[in-house]
Design a binder for this molecule. Structure first.
Ligand code: HEM
Length: 429
């Protein structure tokens, strides 16, 4: 009789070492049939956020344009490069600027790291905004996705605030005056404006207290809030039945199919077997609704699409960071404000409006706009036109939204290129 307590010999263990390590981490071999494909998505920590199967429509590049994923990957790049930058940065008004110079001059790849962080941050603001536009123009905020849209508005605001708080950290003239202008806009809010401004700055003006507050918000509080919101956002996509799609492609309403589920006569040796959701089913086919199956396995279809977007985003940021350096102006000089002092580009639309009316431009219009954004899915209750770009049923809603987007972009362009000393109109040429 063989001794079962005796395992394979040391030589076998060494020979099988790589395969054993691999199979201890990944429970399935590379899938070669549908069951294994499903099981791969199911048993992997990172993959199980995906459904086992996705609708073909979800994978159409021209539908989502990959913008939600791009936002996520930009955030990942920001976290990685941000943590590396934290090894060098000191949130002190006497050291911050020198540390920026060190990054540029003495730290290996320091400037490259800073470039990656800066361009990803600008990119994320732009891409999140575009993603919101895609969701709107395809009517994807409608039932049952109303709350995910509301979460999205929260994500947009946190993204803007994250970028804004990071803007101050280099402690150069650009940073200092942009934040001075930006926080003074907050001061125009009625009743609580000055209190909000003081809460942000920890002082009457931008100084050491503001730098510390912005730093803590930027490296700890806001990234945590964003991570949590993204997790709920992704979870909701699953719970809302995947991405929106045209009516024809949506899953059929569950119809009751009478199927007799019977337990197969258990053989003696199978008695101890435990079955999960599976059962033995007698009869032809258990599919609910008699519709053609328009879905494909997430492995490898969705994963390849995601990998493609990831490579694209990383490549774009690497190329940008090789080509352009993040700006660093003179160290802060509180006696010499640049003229004009401009807010970060994404707030230049606000600054432009503030030049017409401090209250309406800085608080009234943006406040109403954010409120309307939050209410959109609860105001527009008509079910039609979901899952298609610019569906004719949604002509009015799309036209209003597009007009507001274009006005905002126009204000940003005016503020960036056409405003000179004392906010007077100048020609950029
Ligand atoms: C950090 C910011 C954000 C991230 C990382 C993110 C990520 C994603 C991803 C990966 C998807 C699925 C794929 C895609 O549509 O590209 C998605 C879908 C969605 N997002 Fe976002 N998103 C963000 C911000 C927003 C914003 C600002 C809104 C709207 C105000 C929004 C509303 C939605 C909705 C409603 C869906 C479902 C769309 C559908 O079913 O077609 N998201 N998001």
């Amino acid at each position: 009789m063989s001794d079962t307590t005796k395992g394979p010999g040391l030589l076998t263990a060494v020979r099988e070492f790589p395969a054993n390590v691999w199979s201890s981490i990944f429970r399935n071999p590379l899938p070669s049939n549908d069951l294994e494909r499903a099981s791969t998505s199911f048993t992997n920590f990172f993959l199980h956020v995906h459904p086992v199967k996705v609708d073909r429509h979800t994978l159409r590049p021209l539908y989502t344009l990959g913008l939600g994923l791009m936002s996520f990957f930009l955030f990942l790049i920001l976290v990685v490069t941000g943590v590396l930058l934290m090894f060098y940065y000191v949130p002190s008004t006497t050291q911050a600027y020198d540390r920026m110079l060190d990054l540029r001059g003495t730290v290996a790849f320091g400037i490259f790291l800073r470039n990656m962080h800066r361009w990803s941050a600008h990119g994320m603001v732009a891409v999140v905004f575009l993603h919101m536009c895609r969701v709107f123009f395809t009517g994807s905020y409608k039932k049952p996705r109303e709350f995910n849209w509301v979460l999205g508005v929260g994500l947009l605001l946190v993204t803007l605030f994250l970028s804004f708080t990071g803007y101050l950290l280099p402690w150069d003239q650009l940073a200092f005056w942009a934040i001075t202008v930006g926080t003074s806009i907050a001061g125009y809010a009625p009743l609580v404006g000055k209190q909000i401004q003081f809460l942000l700055l920890g002082d009457a003006t931008v100084g050491q207290e503001a730098l510390l507050r912005f730093y803590v918000l930027h490296v700890a509080v806001l990234p945590l809030v964003l991570t949590l919101l993204i997790a709920i956002h992704f979870w909701r996509i699953r719970k809302d039945g995947g991405l929106s799609r045209p009516e024809a492609s949506a899953p059929a309403q569950a119809v009751t199919v009478t199927v007799t589920a019977v337990a197969a006569p258990a053989k003696e040796k199978d008695k101890k077997k435990v079955y999960g959701l599976q059962g033995f089913v007698r009869g032809p086919f258990t599919k609910v609704g008699n519709v053609p199956d328009n879905s494909v396995f997430s492995w490898p279809n969705l994963l390849i699409a995601e990998l493609f977007v990831f490579v694209l985003v990383v490549a774009a940021i690497l190329v940008l960071s090789l080509m352009f350096n993040a700006p660093l102006e003179q160290p802060v000089n509180v006696m010499h404000p640049p003229n004009p002092a401009k807010a970060p580009w994404y707030f230049l639309g606000l600054q432009e409006m503030v030049s017409y009316s401090a209250f309406w431009g800085g608080v009234g219009v943006p406040g109403v706009f954010v409120l309307l954004l939050l209410l959109v899915p609860y105001i527009d209750r008509k079910p039609g036109g979901v899952g298609r770009w610019f569906a004719s049923e949604r002509l009015l809603a799309n036209t209003i939204f597009l007009t507001l987007v274009l006005v905002n972009i126009m204000f940003i362009i005016i503020g960036t290129f056409f405003r000179g000393p004392n906010w007077s109109m100048v020609s950029p040429w």
